[in-house]
Design a protein around this ligand. Structure first.
Ligand code: ZN
Ligand code: ZN
Length: 152
């Protein structure tokens, strides 16, 4: 049996990830994953955010290791990587309870809001069908400037 405590909410991605290629969740990977679990769905963190939170909780880890861990958790299917702003990637929990959604992101400060839109999903589906592609996901990332970053 894998040596980690059961995670109630995202047991599905957890199993998916483990079965995908048999890679182990080391304590450090698990700690990063728990961080996302504790925050819940719909939170979008940069590698710097994750690093900061780990250091705050007295976990000694370098930013480079955090990057590597995040990339691995994405490959294993636990996290989604979002390419939202100029200042780097954001990561969020890959969760079946939190299905296809879209992002409105401030290109200045990185504030990220989620929204749902069936029309976007439908447009993606139609386009894929028309061209004969097999649909994986339809996600719209809208780049914008939030009220706090708008010059008065
Ligand atoms: Zn999101
Ligand atoms: Zn902003």
């Amino acid at each position: 049996m894998p040596q980690f405590s059961p995670l109630p909410k995202s047991s599905q991605p957890l199993e998916k990830g483990l079965h995908k290629d048999g890679r182990r969740l080391t304590p450090q990977r698990l700690r990063v994953l728990h961080l996302f679990e504790d925050l819940g769905s719909g939170r979008h963190l940069s590698a710097e955010d994750v690093h900061h939170k780990l250091v705050e909780s007295n976990t000694k880890v370098s930013l480079a290791t955090v990057y590597r861990t995040l990339r691995l958790l994405v490959e294993m299917g636990f996290l989604h990587q979002l390419e939202l702003s100029e200042n780097g990637h954001r990561f969020e929990l890959a969760n079946d309870d939190h299905p296809d959604h879209h992002h409105l992101v401030c290109i200045r400060c990185g504030r990220t809001e989620e929204f749902e839109c069936d029309e976007v999903l439908e447009a993606g589906k139609l386009a894929a069908e028309r061209i004969g592609f097999q649909l994986v996901e339809s996600t719209l990332n809208v780049r914008a400037i939030c009220p706090s970053c708008t010059p008065k």
